[in-house]
Design a protein around this ligand. Structure first.
Ligand code: NAP
Length: 301
């Protein structure tokens, strides 16, 4: 890999990819909407043209010299409730802006990895574990936007790579992630509620980043599921983490309707990872217990 553009270096997963790429000596250019890191370039999917970042960063010159430029895109207007709450803006970023950027990459011959989600499935049809060929059937706006971009890529740019991810977790107690949230809340709360029947495959962010870089290095194309094969009901995941923390807080699994969300939520969206295993036979994932132990060790340290 000669050059890598990371659109959304400021994201939870993007931060880990940026770190690993640097450790591997890859020449990486990052973007953020309002960069906090002076190395990053400003880029907003709602209004900017990615070719300006390519030009300003020297990647356009690299392309002209015939050098390989690859891209990972984490940028997306994420969030289950906020996507439907701010739908016109979310559509501008996730649909219009993403399509325009992908068109540019395609025209310039830039091989791209774009992240989708298990939530393009409903998880309510009994078809889990889903294969890559299963038909998408999203039940909320975030999943519908992801499914729409997947179709766009499949139809117009089949050389591109899509990884469908599950819930990512990190050993570092920073940022917005479920372990940090539960860790903070259990200091004052003794009772948690969780969506009944929602299955997650909690995946260590370090593994996602590693297999993302490896997928690009191997020039994979098409759709792959990239998730920890370990899965559990969300409530069980929280219970196990609370137990590991030594907390006596309880977790109740309650029907999704209890939460009063604007839209429904997917339930059992487990995905088969056999296709990625064949493409990258070295593929492995850290266990959830390892992530818990490492998170707790860092808290104490
Ligand atoms: N985290 C998970 O568990 C998970 C699971 C399944 C799929 N995914 C997918 O993986 C990708 C990364 O997830 P994440 O959790 O790391 O994301 P995140 O932390 O929520 O970050 C979202 C990223 O999108 C960027 N972004 C938002 N609006 C933008 C705009 N208008 N223009 C340009 N960039 C914009 C943000 O940039 P700024 O911060 O600079 O504004 C940020 O870098 C996403 O596509 C997500 O859907 C994540």
């Amino acid at each position: 890999m000669e050059h890598l553009l990371l659109v959304g270096a400021s994201s939870f997963i993007g931060g880990e990819i940026y770190k690993q790429a640097k450790e591997q000596g890859i020449h990486i250019i990052g973007t953020a909407t309002k960069p906090k890191n002076p190395e990053w370039y400003p880029f907003d999917l709602a209004e900017d043209d990615i070719t300006e970042v390519l030009a300003a960063s020297g990647l356009m010159d690299a392309l002209k010299r015939g050098e390989e430029v690859q891209t990972i895109v984490t940028a997306f207007y994420c969030g289950n409730e906020r996507t439907v709450t701010n739908l016109p803006f979310a559509e501008r970023v996730n649909l219009w802006g993403t399509q325009q950027m992908l068109d540019r990459f395609h025209a310039l011959g830039i091989h791209t990895l774009w992240f989708s989600t298990e939530h393009i499935f409903s998880g309510r049809d009994g078809l889990a574990p889903y294969t890559e060929e299963a038909l998408s059937c999203p039940v909320f706006a975030y999943g519908r936007h992801k499914a729409e971009i997947e179709c766009y890529i499949k139809e117009k740019m089949p050389e591109m790579l899509i990884y469908r991810l599950s819930q990512n977790i990190d050993v570092n107690p920073v940022g917005i992630q479920i372990l940090s949230e539960v860790y903070e809340r259990q200091k004052t709360e003794k009772h948690f509620r969780s969506i009944k029947g929602q299955i997650i495959s909690p995946t260590y962010i370090g593994d996602t980043a590693k297999w993302a870089l490896e997928g690009l290095r191997r020039h994979l194309s098409g759709i792959y599921h990239c998730a920890n094969p370990e899965y559990m009901e969300r409530a069980d995941f929280v219970r196990r983490f609370l137990k590991a923390l030594g907390s006596d807080a309880t977790v109740e699994a309650v029907p999704v309707e209890t939460f009063g969300f604007k839209e429904g939520r997917p339930l059992d969206t487990r995905m088969s990872i056999e296709k990625l295993k064949k493409a990258i036979p070295e593929l492995s994932f850290h266990s959830v217990n390892w992530v818990f132990a490492e998170f707790i060790r860092r808290q104490k340290g």
